[in-house]
Design a protein around this ligand. Structure first.
Ligand code: ZN
Ligand code: ZN
Ligand code: FE
Length: 739
């Protein structure tokens, strides 16, 4: 019995071919709990066979467990694939989309009916989640349904020894989807025109796998600048697609783990340290590059003709809006803005962005979980059947529970944007239909104003449910910690450290620098950062100088020259806000603390994208610096007056790199000191680190190192993001206590 993701990834034909190779008789069947293989043969051969199931499995298959039983039935001489429609109907696992495989790339040159066919695929590669409309995963239930297979494709599809046996999106030049540009359908001609335009510094929009993308020459500063205007994105780094690994290596530093990730079939955008600059506008001096390699046949064919080896590859939607997948919408909104709009006629049913990941201490950290990861289920210990977790407000992703698995949606985005909220509602109903899911419990954030929480109320009010479904409100930072506990299969009490931008606390204040003792059911808040006011509310997150003013007020620091670049009237208004408390909620957020320090050290007065200041602060931190600032811990409140006073004095004496490092080191020491104090009182030795601030690699690596030097066991997120994109997993598991 083989358990794991073994459906829709060419697993049964793989077993068939393997059994034939070893001349084993028997059969293979799909079951709801996995794939059952029966074989007759000598023990040594069977051992080898089982070994090869593990080592040679198709790339996108994920084997959780292989269990072995001896049975006395004598099987016939042949090996056969048995099918059962009833079982087929119950299978709920769907594979993520898979990057084109090397066999298919070779076929592009040698297979007559697929010569240069840009939609080539096989059971080991190609679209999956993005095209599936409902289960079971059969061609008829995908957006490939409208394409009638030609005789040749059909032959391959039905031939069990063929690599395209039951490859649902199988197609060729004669029968499959085509690219379309200004009514032209000759792919070679389209490609030639695109190549000329990109090389001339123009911007083209191309329909990809999960949505429309914008492409331009990554070394043409003017082109990249214009792309920023089109997208409404000021400074946030763009993803760069390199033609091949070798080129990426020339521009980025990569260790073996990073090489493995960037070339994996998931093909995410991988955040790497920049070795050589492409052009200023690509990342505006941030020192990192979001790199990815070609994953569609189209990408490979484009690079074969291009004389340039790196392109900006970004989604075509306006900044903050959901990915564009609708052809009509694309032609209405994009054609006026770009120099060419290329579409194709394979419908995208589940729009999905490129994923973004980092490697931290040789392990994956997911920043944006989408293509290549979704909808892989997360195996957990709790039973979460029938639970819908609505997720957070920013970087939203929701989740549904199936048995002991959590299925998280693709990255949705920030729900405050109306289009994104519409995308959210649509995706929720698509998920319910796709996974035949009916909510029995709803989990959502404690924040009364979150749209995901309001959506939950509305969902419950629907005539189907009549207000009968319990809604469990989950505290934001408890959810962060439990997201990490769940994926690490922890159920006992832990010390949870949640450093975050924002989240609604049980006292009505905005939390974000929290030390909890918790399990998957409840939590106690043991320590937190000193409350400071956030003048202007959310505006304080956009304008870091506001937080500096707030901390200065808090600790009676008078240093007006710090604010010399800030408008004097604005300064007066904000000071008044802090004094009177009007429109100034109070917060313990470490995210806001990083903002403040980034203004002091780097003069980042305005975050032109989420966490710009903190990212710049991290990028300059001097790794050799070991010094830190002092702080005090008064009754569970972390007070930073000493730190701020010394840091301001340092501004005239130390380099920004050293000050940044000293500040980071202070955060590490706070984590370690508070954890030690909690351990001495409770004996708890497991420390769970989660929350958006832990996307900061410097902080995360040093914290883990320091904690482990002090004999703590540490846990971090690897399967879901530590940011709000992972919240839904925590909500799901916390709500399971109410089942
Ligand atoms: Zn393939
Ligand atoms: Zn065909
Ligand atoms: Fe958060």
């Amino acid at each position: 019995m083989v358990e794991g993701l073994v459906q829709g990834v060419g697993f049964r034909p793989f077993i068939y071919r393997l059994a034939k190779k070893h001349q084993l008789a028997g059969n293979v069947t799909n079951r709801t709990d996995g794939v059952l293989v029966n074989v007759n043969g000598e023990e040594g051969v069977i051992d080898l066979f089982i070994n090869e199931i593990e080592t040679l499995a198709p790339p996108a298959a994920y084997i959780r467990n292989i269990s072995q039983n001896t049975c006395s039935d004598l099987l016939k001489d042949d090996f056969v694939i048995l099918s059962s429609q009833a079982i087929q109907d119950q299978i709920t696992e769907i594979s993520p989309d898979i990057a084109v495989c090397s066999d298919c790339l070779a076929d592009l040159k040698k297979q007559e009916h697929r010569k240069n066919y840009p939609f080539i695929n096989c059971t080991n590669c190609g679209p999956r989640f993005s095209i599936v409309k409902k289960l079971p995963y059969d061609r008829i239930n995908t957006t490939m349904h409208q394409f009638q297979m030609c005789e040749k494709c059909s032959e391959e599809y039905h031939h069990v020894l063929d690599r395209r046996f039951h490859a649902q999106p199988v197609a060729c030049n004669h029968c499959g989807p085509v690219y379309i540009y200004n009514d032209k359908r000759n792919f070679n001609k389209i490609l030639n025109e695109l190549v000329i335009k990109i090389q001339q510094g123009e911007i083209v929009a191309v329909k990809g796998l999960g949505g429309y993308n914008l492409i331009c020459d990554a070394q043409n500063n003017l082109a990249v600048k214009r792309l920023r205007k089109i997208k409404g994105r000021d400074a946030k780094p763009f993803a760069i697609m390199f033609n091949e690994l070798h080129t990426a290596n020339g521009y980025c530093y990569m260790n073996e783990f990073e090489q493995k990730m960037i070339t994996s079939w998931r093909r995410p955008i991988l955040i790497l340290k920049q070795r050589r600059r492409l052009c200023e506008s690509v990342n505006n001096g941030l020192g990192s590059i979001g790199a990815l390699l070609p994953y569609l046949p189209f990408h490979y064919m484009l690079f074969r003709k291009l004389s340039i080896s790196a392109i900006v590859y970004t989604s075509a939607n306006n900044s903050g809006e959901p990915i564009i997948s609708d052809d009509q919408f694309a032609s209405e909104t994009l054609s006026k803005k770009v120099d060419a709009l290329v579409s194709h006629n394979r419908e995208i049913y589940n729009p999905i962005d490129d994923s973004v990941v980092k490697i931290v201490q040789q392990k994956t950290q997911i920043i944006r979980r989408a293509r290549g990861f979704v909808p892989n289920p997360i195996p957990i210990k709790s039973r979460v059947d029938g639970i819908f977790a609505a997720g957070a407000e920013l970087k939203n992703s929701f989740a549904i529970g199936k048995g002991q698995q959590a299925i998280l949606s693709q990255y949705i985005g920030d729900l405050k944007n109306l289009e994104t909220y519409t995308f959210y509602k649509k995706t929720v109903s698509q998920f319910f239909r796709l996974f035949k899911f009916k909510p029995q419990i709803i989990a959502c954030d404690l924040h009364p104003d979150y749209l995901s929480a309001q959506f939950s109320e509305n969902l419950n009010q629907g005539k189907l449910n009549g207000g009968q479904i319990p809604i469990i409100k989950v505290q934001h930072h408890h959810a962060h910690i439990v997201s990490c506990m769940a994926e690490n299969l922890i159920q006992d009490k832990v010390i949870g450290v949640s450093f975050d931008g924002t989240g609604y606390g049980t006292d009505g204040n905005i939390w974000g620098g929290e030390f909890l003792i918790c399990d998957t059911k409840s939590f106690d808040r043991i320590a937190h950062f000193d409350y400071a006011s956030m003048p202007g509310g959310d505006l304080a997150a956009d304008e870091p100088w506001r937080m500096v003013l707030s901390y200065f007020n808090q600790y009676s620091i008078n240093k007006p020259d710090i604010f010399c670049g800030i408008d004097q009237n604005k300064l007066a208004v904000v000071s008044e806000m802090i004094r009177t408390g009007i429109n100034s909620p109070i917060t313990s957020s470490v995210g806001r603390l990083f903002d403040a320090v980034s203004f002091l050290v780097n003069k980042v007065a305005i975050n032109s994208f989420d966490a710009e200041g903190p990212m710049r602060l991290e990028s300059i931190a001097d790794k050799a610096e070991t010094d830190a600032y002092s702080f005090s811990l008064n009754d569970g409140v972390i007070v930073l007056e000493k730190m701020f006073r010394k840091l301001i004095a340092d501004l005239d004496q130390l380099s920004p790199s050293r000050i940044s490092a000293k500040f980071h080191n202070t955060m590490v020491e706070i984590i370690c000191n508070v954890a030690k104090k909690i351990r001495s009182e409770t004996g708890i030795n497991k420390v769970v680190l989660s929350g958006g601030v832990f996307q900061n690699s410097y902080l995360l690596e040093k914290s883990i190192e320091n904690l482990e030097n002090n004999q703590f066991t540490t846990f971090t997120n690897h399967l879901v993001p530590p940011n709000d994109g992972g919240i839904a997993l925590g909500q799901l598991v916390i709500a399971s206590n109410y089942l």
